[in-house]
Ligand binder design. Sequence first.
Ligand SMILES: Nc1ncnc2c1ncn2[C@@H]1O[C@H](COP(=O)(O)OP(=O)(O)OP(=O)(O)O)[C@@H](O)[C@H]1O
Ligand SMILES: [Mg+2]
Length: 449
Amino acid sequence: MLKPVKIVIIDDNLELLESLELYFNEKGYAVFTAPTGEVGLGLIKTECPDVVIVDLRLPGMGGLELLKVLKTDGIESRTIVITAYQDMETTVQAIKLGAFDYLHKPIDIDLLDAVIDKALGEVPETESIKVVDDEFKENTIVGRSHELKEIFKLIGLLSAVKTTVLVVGESGTGKELVARAIHYHSQYSAAPFIAINCSAIVDNLLESELFGHEKGSFTGAVAAKKGKLELAGNGTLFLDEISEVPIHLQAKFLRFIQEREFERVGGERKIRFNARIIAATNRDLKEMVKKGEFREDLYFRLRVFEIDIPPLRQRKEDLSLLVEYLVKKINRTTGKKIRQIPMAVIERFMAHDWPGNIRELENVLIKAVVLSKDDCLHESGVVDLLQQSSDPHAESLPLLSLREMESRHIKYVLDHCQNNISQAARILGITRPTLRSKIKSFDLTVAKR
Ligand SMILES: Nc1ncnc2c1ncn2[C@@H]1O[C@H](COP(=O)(O)OP(=O)(O)OP(=O)(O)O)[C@@H](O)[C@H]1O
Ligand SMILES: [Mg+2]
């Protein structure tokens, strides 16, 4: 006979302990329960369980401390941490300390089962995802893939050290979200997080925008003004789309990053620059350096630490959690009440390539939620949406004329770039004026961002 699965459950809520014990006993597991971390640790040492479930907050030794002890003592265990809070900080910490996974209370027994199956190396077969409108926290990074857990760890590490960080990833992968997470988990979280979109600033305004100006330094400078560098204070300056800084301005960036001081336009006083820099890009800066489009010295200054966020298609195991989280978010903003997402929908999503990553997923879900007539996201409702949003080159190619194909492809790229003409022109390998004339000739509508 196969050995039964051994499980140790540690929680000070005795009722919960008892019901979990009953439930897992019925599944044929060998269950050991403990009301405190100390007793639990003893059980882990004597029983060597396959899986440990531990509450985060316990009188005495809590879940995190238990993880610490297991780690320092070199005791291998698949530990699932249960928390009552959607709190990324403890999550980051728990994962850092080697937790296998974390779940939120109230416990969804199906989810717990699924996680345990995963811990035991089995792939579960579920029929639908239930959306429970429990506590919802914005700006949470959701995911369970190995890649994302590594990123959680990096966020944990980098939030503690005020170093420059370069976040790299395709469009819509969550670069800004990661930048914000680093900021809000740092000791400077109360200080400002100032974002600059480097592709959106006009050359001659850039300096004043960044460095500020003194009164009378140019026509229109009627009063002195602080720039973003000053406004960021001790916080974070987020340089989004850093690749788009024109080459002739890159020296100015290098200077304040390197020397940590600057002057306002028209001023002489040196002002210290204290903020942490987090830069983001969806382009290959190394390649740009090779082509002479990006300064090598600036590149090295920026990539002291690099966080590479993989595209969604490479971490599809994050999909079901993301869908659940995003539907919850969309329920809130739209007032809809979607409660069920059939597995068939998740399977459709799994088969999709997601060139626009999580942003594309969010857009598809928003449409699907808005169009649904009951509390379920039906498969029929997402099929067309996925087709519309899909890469025209990925699967069976419809028989189209070249002109029609070109028009659709341009539309597709524009959607992907949220109508950012420069970005779209770059992807398409044509100049902006050419793109504009094509948009006109194909009669495509491009709403301003
Ligand atoms: N892991 C995640 N969990 C939850 N939401 C996410 C996750 N990743 C991305 N998102 C959401 O997807 C959207 C896009 O993320 P974000 O703006 O951070 O991407 P980006 O990489 O900066 O994209 P771009 O290059 O297009 O600016 C946001 O609404 C963000 O909240
Ligand atoms: Mg962004």
